[in-house]
Design a protein around this ligand. Structure first.
Ligand code: FAD
Length: 400
């Protein structure tokens, strides 16, 4: 089999990258280990993805946005950060500018489904689902990807989009720095007695972190929120062993009854917290996108937003290169992608890791500093505006 580009991994980043090359005249193979039926109808995985305005624009341009049911798009009007046992809140809102919500929340499985539907309709993309990759080789002359079933695919560029623990990255000998936070994150949906007022809350408690993500409810169960609870792995096992009313009571208690009684209304999912940053995003006839390039700690909700931006940036460089009659894996084009994506992602990655470590360090001096930092942030209007601008990505990639 012969293609121009082989993409390994049909997660949201791999799918978005493939969709970004629609109409380019390039032939793409998309290799995914999950069966096609799962890609077509992925199950709820607990992740409520906070999308920036830039991501919404990019998804609209790819034709994926209108495939997401409007009832499943929840507006985020305000965000607040709480620390420890203090009732003080650092608030972020649009400061009366009426630019619409700060962002929106969309369930990850619906993003995946909509991108799959787009890609599935593209004649230039061949989806090889239910396939494992056995080998990857690239040289100045070309690239080959061996499948576990013995077939070999020849291409001119290979793109790795196969999770933050990317086997393709490893096969290409690209090192990555990893930050294991030693904690687990539980995500699920819960209904609650008190309203959420479309305000997202990040509460850095002592010994636990909560994020409450306000979702559109169906009015039957009261308001519903995405609940994100971070705990040391062993403590998480104890919480996950609780079922039914015992689990509901535990979360209600841990969240200090702020939302009244809480009731589980979805499946529960637990993710290990590991941040990953690849040392290089490109090599000869090779590029990394999505979590395979940068796997963010979810606390700042940047992972997919960055992945989407990176996929767009790589696709642009490729289009420009072939438009000038150059190779699809033009070295200068790949280098420009790497520079652009490193610049966009490294500061966020480092700041996110620092935030996650600072706000989960419960030693006394750090507790005091944590409280002081929030109060200082609240007094600095430029700081708050910068955070809101980052949330909305106002002004970024204006032509997106
Ligand atoms: C709890 C949680 C909350 C999050 N919240 C947010 C948020 O609010 N905002 C945000 O922007 N981001 C958020 N993220 C991050 C976001 O989910 C990820 O950045 C995004 O899913 C990455 O997409 P991806 O396609 O790179 O990787 P993945 O989603 O991991 O998909 C990779 C795909 O590759 C396939 N694959 C793996 N190995 C192979 C192989 N060897 N061969 C073939 N296929 C393979 C997998 O089956 C999968 O389909 C969150 C993450 C978590 C865990």
């Amino acid at each position: 089999m012969q293609f121009d580009i082989v993409v390994v991994g049909a997660g949201p980043a791999g799918l978005a990258f493939a969709a970004s090359l629609a109409g380019s005249g390039l032939r793409l193979a998309l290799i995914e280990k999950l069966p096609e039926a799962t890609l077509a109808d992925p199950g709820f995985d607990g992740r409520e993805i906070a999308l920036t305005h830039l991501s919404m624009r990019l998804l609209r341009r790819l034709g994926a946005w209108e495939r997401i049911p409007p009832a499943d798009i929840s507006p985020l009007r305000e965000a607040q950060v709480l620390n420890g046992i203090s009732s003080f809140a650092l608030r972020f809102d649009d400061e009366g500018k009426d630019d619409g919500p700060l962002g929106v929340l969309v369930p990850n499985h619906l993003i995946r489904r909509s991108l799959y539907e787009v890609v599935q309709g593209l004649p230039e993309v061949t989806l090889l689902a239910g396939q494992m990759v056995a080998s990857v080789q690239t040289s100045a002359q070309g690239a080959t990807v061996g499948l576990a079933d013995g077939r070999t695919i020849a291409a001119r560029l290979v793109v790795g989009a196969d999770t933050r623990f990317s086997e393709t990255r490893r096969r290409m000998g690209i090192p990555a720095t990893m930050q294991d936070f030693g904690k687990s994150m539980l995500v699920c949906r819960m209904a609650h007695d008190r309203p959420h007022h479309a305000i997202a809350t990040e509460w850095f408690g002592y010994g636990q972190t909560f994020a409450i993500l306000p979702l559109n409810g169906d009015g039957m169960e009261g308001d519903v929120s995405g609940v994100v609870l971070t705990l040391p792995a062993r403590e998480m096992e104890t919480v996950m062993a609780l079922e039914g009313p015992a689990f509901d009571a535990e979360i209600t208690r841990r969240y200090r009854h702020r939302l009244g009684a809480m009731r589980l209304v979805s499946t529960r999912h637990v993710y290990p917290l590991v941040g990953v940053f690849a040392q290089r995003f490109v090599a000869t006839r090779f590029a990394l996108v999505g979590d395979a390039a940068v796997g963010m700690h979810p606390v700042t909700a940047h992972g997919f937003n960055l992945g989407l931006r990176g996929a767009d940036s790589l696709a642009r460089e490729i289009r420009e290169a072939i438009g000038r009659g150059r190779d699809v894996a033009d070295r200068r084009a790949l280098a420009r992608y790497q520079t652009d994506h490193m610049r966009a992602s490294r500061p966020l990655y480092l700041a996110t890791n620092a935030t996650a470590l600072f706000y989960t360090d419960d030693r006394f001096p750090t507790r005091v500093l944590r409280a002081a930092a929030l109060r200082l942030g609240s007094r600095l209007a430029p700081f708050r505006r910068a955070v809101v601008a980052r949330l909305t990505e106002a002004g970024a990639a204006r032509d997106a």
